[in-house]
Design a protein around this ligand. Structure first.
Ligand SMILES: [Zn+2]
Length: 301
């Protein structure tokens, strides 16, 4: 018994808790000539007997541990990732570059291999913005929407009109741009562009799952996008009193206080640094000593 949803050639493989991390929602696209698996997650691994070897292609929205957890089930398939992310599948060293968490190399290697079945695929092929995978009567078109990672893409399945959002995931957590490979400015551009893509069904890798009304999609997208401004307001409120970056990391603006994954401090630091950079540039924050920052004007709203 499963909760999978089908739209023409597309099956949405709904993961545990609707794909809440570390699980995710993957897509299987069956064309006349070929079958593609998109972002094989732990939810695909949980159904190994059903899916092992059942795809000719694996196509990635981007390369992160939870999106590649099932790649090992398809040793004979062609594996495709955007040129900027492909290094993370070619080698574990490449994946560590994508995270870029200082001092976290060994625990992260262990984390992705032990919990996410990571295997290297040196034969991973690069694709570019606009890449088109024709499966016969069904096709996958890539839209390069960086920010979460440099190579992050949304994948449109035609003619079903299903847009796979990858980690523009519409969750209450909000956008994640806490890796070396992440970029806040690019993420915001991608959030503006994604609603222009003509689709009828939207699939988020995490938690939200399937959205089949444009109005609902737009609402969820606006709320998701709003988390960036909310974090910025929280940072400004905190900086009414001067604080160091270390204090800001310990305070946390991204993860809740009880969360205890090993990479959280590194992700907080990278996230806060990007906000600080733009708050310093627009004059909302000032450096008051070697390492302390202070808000010059109070948070809006
Ligand atoms: Zn991701």
């Amino acid at each position: 018994m499963n909760n999978d949803r089908t739209f023409g050639a597309v099956t949405v493989i709904i993961g545990d808790k609707n794909g809440k991390y570390p699980h995710g929602n993957s897509l299987l696209v069956r064309g006349r000539n070929a079958t593609a698996m998109i972002d094989p997650s732990l939810s695909v691994v949980a159904r190994t007997d059903e899916f092992r070897g059942r795809a000719d292609l694996v196509v990635q929205s981007h390369v992160h541990e939870d999106h590649v957890a099932g790649v090992h089930l398809f040793p004979d398939a062609e594996v495709h990732a955007h040129r900027e992310d492909a290094l993370g599948l070619r080698s574990l060293d490449g994946l560590m570059q994508i995270y870029g968490y200082p001092g976290m190399d060994e625990p992260m290697r262990d984390f992705v291999v032990s919990n996410f079945h990571y295997v290297e695929r040196p034969d991973t092929r690069d694709f570019e913005d606009g890449a088109f995978f024709d499966l016969g009567g069904a096709a996958i078109r890539a839209f390069h929407l960086p920010g979460h990672t440099r190579g992050h893409c949304a994948l449109l399945i035609e003619p079903a009109g299903v847009l796979f959002l990858g980690d523009i995931d519409l969750t209450g957590f909000g956008p994640y741009y806490g890796d070396a490979w992440s970029n806040l400015e690019d993420f915001e551009k991608s959030l503006r562009f994604i609603s222009v893509i003509d689709a009828r069904v939207w699939v988020s890798f995490h938690h939200v799952g399937v959205v089949d009304e444009r109005r609902t999609f737009e609402e969820k997208l606006a709320r998701f996008h709003g988390k960036i401004a909310e974090r910025e307001r929280n940072i400004l409120s905190y900086l009414v009193e001067p604080h160091t970056l270390d204090e800001m990391v310990a305070h946390r603006f991204l993860y809740p206080p009880h969360a205890n994954l090993s990479f959280i401090d590194a992700a907080e630091r990278r996230t806060i640094e990007q906000h600080l950079q733009r708050l310093l540039a627009n004059g909302a924050v000032q450096r008051v000593s070697e390492s302390r920052y202070r808000a010059l004007r109070p948070a809006e709203h």
